[in-house]
Design a protein around this ligand. Structure first.
Ligand SMILES: Cc1ncc(COP(=O)(O)O)c(C=O)c1O
Length: 448
């Protein structure tokens, strides 16, 4: 909008004068709600433009690889849906979601030992919206959420948007460390505050690639129960394990203390944007109200499309095909990392999902190294994207879900050369203080 000069004639006649607006890039900058200050483009989004250039091997984005879907058969099911139930599929639906789909969702969750009633399921626009709705109903500005370190960037974005304070709790190869969780809960209590929930991704973690061990699952549930801390279990990758049957969900052990989130984005296709929340009854009621005020109802067409897919296809065989493809890519990445990364680097070994978390040799900073990597035509996500508190600079996330094994090998080869060159540079010129990479150093206790 252009600035309007004040009208002297109108001023003289006593009629109202439109106030002069300053010329600047965003003339509304002074009136956005406080919460927008926490809304920033994620480091991943900023990378997409560069990483999608064909000459760059992108090990950055986490797009599911749906090239194996039988599109002709899916098209036939969709067109049948429009012909036979088009009027219903294109109409508004229930705020809680289609009842048939909710029953089917209960069957999907049964694979992880969950016994649930369709009444307690709320269909959402991807599990991303479920994270948003749960945060909306529980968190006021300044409330605390405990998250693993590192944590899913999309959830951190939601917590920031609702002006929550994130307290991280450390993970290791077995997932969330129970003692670190206890320490985080104590730190919050010592500051006279109370965490609203623990946000956790127990299976095939994004970005850490690790899985919470069976013993720790029990421990985490016990700790949270003792502290009266709600658990938000985010499990979009749970059925994408490489070596095992699906692992029992935290929710299977504690129906009253866990809100469980699931998604069809990784087991079918993300474009439908269908996920869900399974919640204790009273929480479910609040989620439906929040859903209605957000979207009126989740998209009917997408829900019926997913419901038809689950009914008409051998979707479990499709998930097996997906996992085989991802396992092959994971193997290619792990072999290439062993071959090309210099001593002093280490990485996690995922048993499912999409991601490997790499820790660079001491002294390196993944964010500072990124321009060099992109120049060498390989992209990754720097670890700092996955922390609310600026940690993670010595780490990076690699995803193996999308590129072919050949591209993965080439990408990791390029990455290895970039790390070597960065180390040589540091050896030649010395390590500058602000380039010293930091690993994770413990939960943030600065809550005052
Ligand atoms: C841990 C985690 N949670 C939630 C989501 C959101 O998935 P969607 O909204 O597609 O269901 C993602 C997507 O990558 C994820 O990795």
């Amino acid at each position: 909008m252009q600035d309007q000069p004040a009208d002297p004639a109108a001023a003289a006649s006593g009629t109202s004068v439109r106030p002069r607006r300053q010329t600047r890039l965003d003339s509304y900058a002074d009136r956005y709600a406080e919460r927008t200050s926490g809304m920033q483009a994620s480091e991943i989004r900023a990378l997409f433009a560069v990483a999608s250039r064909p000459e760059v091997v992108s090990l950055a984005g986490g797009m599911p690889n749906i090239s194996g879907l039988p599109l002709d058969a899916v098209a036939a099911t969709m067109s049948d849906l429009v012909r036979s139930r088009g009027a219903e599929a294109m109409q508004y639906g229930s705020g809680q979601g289609d009842p048939t789909l909710r029953s089917q969702i209960c069957e999907v969750m049964a694979l992880e030992g969950i016994v649930a009633h369709p009444d307690d399921v709320v269909v959402t626009v991807g599990s991303q919206q479920a994270v948003d709705l749960v945060t909306r109903i529980f968190c006021d500005p300044g409330d605390v959420v405990i998250c693993e370190a590192p944590s899913y960037v999309g959830a951190l974005g939601v917590f920031r948007a609702y002006q929550c304070d994130v307290v991280h709790a450390e993970m290791d190869d077995q997932g969330l460390v129970p003692a670190a969780l206890e320490q985080a809960i104590e730190a919050v209590a010592a500051a006279g505050r109370r965490a609203k929930f623990l946000y956790t991704i127990p299976n095939f973690h994004n970005p850490a690639g690790v899985t919470l061990s069976a013993e720790r699952r029990r421990r985490v549930i016990d700790i949270c129960r003792d502290a009266d801390l709600l658990v938000l279990e985010d499990n979009p990758y749970g059925l994408l394990g490489f070596d095992s049957e699906p692992i029992a969900a935290l929710r299977a052990d504690d129906p009253d203390g866990v809100v469980y989130l699931g998604s069809f984005s990784k087991t079918f296709a993300p474009g439908f944007r269908v996920g869900w929340a399974l919640a204790p009854h009273a929480v479910r009621e609040k989620l439906v109200l929040a859903q209605e005020s957000s979207t009126l109802c989740p998209p009917t067409f997408s829900q019926l499309a997913i419901s038809s897919y689950l009914a008409d296809f051998d979707w479990k065989a499709q998930v097996k095909d997906f996992t085989q493809m991802y396992r092959e890519r994971r193997d290619a990445m792990l072999a290439a990392l062993t071959e090309h990364l210099p001593a002093g680097s280490h990485w996690t070994v995922p048993a499912g999902g999409f991601y490997v978390w790499v820790t660079l040799p001491a002294g390196l900073d993944a964010k500072a190294m990124l321009p060099r990597a992109v120049t060498a035509r390989v992209a990754y996500v720097p670890g700092t994207a996955f922390f609310a508190d600026g940690f993670g600079s010595r780490c990076l996330r690699l995803s193996y879900c999308f590129p072919t094994p050949e591209r993965i090998r080439e990408g990791v080869r390029r990455l290895g050369a970039v790390i070597e060159a960065e180390m040589e540079l540091r050896a030649a010129f010395g390590v500058t203080p602000n380039a010293v990479g930091r690993g994770y150093e413990g939960p943030n206790t600065d809550l005052a």
